[in-house]
Design a protein around this ligand. Structure first.
Ligand SMILES: Cc1ncc(COP(=O)(O)O)c(C=O)c1O
Length: 442
């Protein structure tokens, strides 16, 4: 018998995984453990996590209160996967969501379970808007991000995701300028109104307008409450459905449970995902006004619309964090700290021309004079064991999305690391800037 010697060595996991991988490139270590706002790699190094699963871990990694409910669910042999059959766990989630979230905010929505990703919730919302209005068009905004499936991608601004994939543009999507996209002297809502009014604008009356009240992936661009209210009024006036995409900014990220609470409006449709599953468990919802519930049974179907572990986790999180107003108060308190610290750092380096933007615990800083700086800061922060990601059309914005449960001490520690990194990266820049200023003055 002859034995053959293998001629190839085992490939690394990076060689096995597709080129499409992304976060593992920005943070090239292998993680083993995570708790709260911390993660540990296989060498035992501890990291502070200011990315929190891109807004999926609002209650932190492995939150012990939620974990107990997940373990209890598994140990009781309760149904884990039940398609969309009614289970005790699902019924409890629906009742809790109604009692703790919808009713106190006077929101009369029906709840649709869709496939467990944000992009699937967006697809469902766009399909429903088209079905109900009989119109095909959808207006979305510059720098908007709504997901990677074809319908959601069509209303996503950034061309990087559409590059060399024929058919991903157009698809009845029209982009309009978001709040502050242009100089503030230009009234972007007046522009939108003109497009909708003018029979010769080339833009047909759409089924819906889809909007993030704070654009996450697009660069932490914050729409004012006045602009959001104006958009709501415009939608009502033209009988266009308003869809608020709260996938990243919902579940407390901006302070209240929904990001649109500050503007005191009621969207026609709301999409939620990411942190609604509470423990990093996949789950997505479409909230729709009852009169819009014109779906026929199974018309937007899907195998994973009944992840009962996610229901158990979500119910526990709602009971624990959203029964009173303390959680919102604590988010607002930490928001103030984050804002103050970032403003201080921004002011210390005028040569970078930093702009600080954000609400709640979603903040971004953009060095207007040095767009490439954000990626350098991300890399340098990671070397100092702080996980912080970039966003924006050219990754020119550094994004801070810590767990909402992060302690004040951890939040400040992250800011200290950022301060050290900025000092190192910008010290020579500062000297050059000073010399230039002196030369100018001489
Ligand atoms: C606002 C918004 N909408 C939709 C999505 C898509 O969600 P998912 O990645 O779960 O498909 C995201 C993801 O980052 C998002 O931030």
């Amino acid at each position: 018998m002859t034995t053959t010697t293998p001629t190839t060595t085992t490939p690394t996991v990076d060689q096995i995984e597709s080129n499409v991988r992304s976060y593992s490139r920005s943070f090239p270590v292998t993680f083993r453990r995570a708790l709260g706002a911390k993660m540990w790699d296989t060498d035992g190094n501890e990291y502070l996590d200011f990315l929190a699963g891109a807004g999926t871990l609002n209650y932190g990694h492995n939150n012990p209160v939620i974990r107990e409910a997940v373990i209890a669910h598994i140990e009781s042999e309760a149904v884990v996967h039940g398609l969309d059959m009614m289970t005790e766990t699902k019924a409890k989630f629906l009742q809790t969501f109604h009692e703790l979230i919808l009713a106190p905010r006077d929101l009369d929505y029906k709840v649709q379970f869709c496939g467990p990703t944000g992009t699937n919730a967006v697809e469902a919302a766009l399909k429903l808007a088209r079905k109900v209005t009989g119109r095909a068009g959808v207006i979305s905004f510059t720098n908007g991000y709504h997901g990677m499936t074809l319908g959601a991608l069509a209303v996503t601004g950034n061309f990087y995701h559409k590059e060399s994939i024929p058919g991903t543009e157009g698809s009845n999507a029209t982009f309009m300028p978001y709040n502050h996209y242009m100089e503030d002297s230009i009234d972007t809502l007046a522009l939108l109104r003109q497009y909708l009014t003018d029979n010769s604008s080339g833009v047909a009356l759409p089924a819906a307008i889809i909007v993030e009240t704070v654009q996450g992936e697009g660069g932490i661009n914050v729409a004012s409450a006045k602009w959001v209210r104006g958009l709501r009024e415009l939608c009502t006036e033209f009988s266009v459905l308003m869809i608020v995409d709260d996938i990243q900014m919902g579940c407390g990220r901006t302070g209240g449970f929904f990001s649109f609470e500050e503007a005191d409006i009621t969207p026609d449709i709301v999409v939620l995902s990411k942190s609604i599953g509470a423990y990093g468990l996949p789950m997505a919802l479409v909230l729709l006004k009852p009169e819009l519930d014109q779906w026929t049974p199974a018309q937007h179907n899907g195998t994973f619309r009944g992840h009962n572990l996610a229901f158990a986790a979500a119910t526990k999180a709602l009971e624990h964090f959203w029964s009173g107003s303390e959680f919102t108060q604590s988010i607002r308190h930490k928001s103030q700290i984050l804002n103050e610290e970032l403003q201080k750092l921004a002011a210390a380096y005028p040569q970078a021309d930093f702009e600080v933007r954000g609400r709640g615990l979603a903040y971004g800083i953009e060095a207007k004079a040095m767009p490439e700086l954000a990626s350098q800061i991300r890399q340098a922060c990671f070397a100092q064991k702080l996980i912080v990601e970039t966003c924006g059309s050219d990754d020119q914005v550094l994004k801070f999305l810590p767990a909402l449960t992060i302690s004040e001490a951890e939040l400040r520690r992250g800011m200290t690391i950022l301060s050290t990194v900025l000092k190192r990266l910008l010290a020579s820049e500062a000297a050059t800037h000073e010399a230039t200023q002196m030369k100018k003055g001489a």
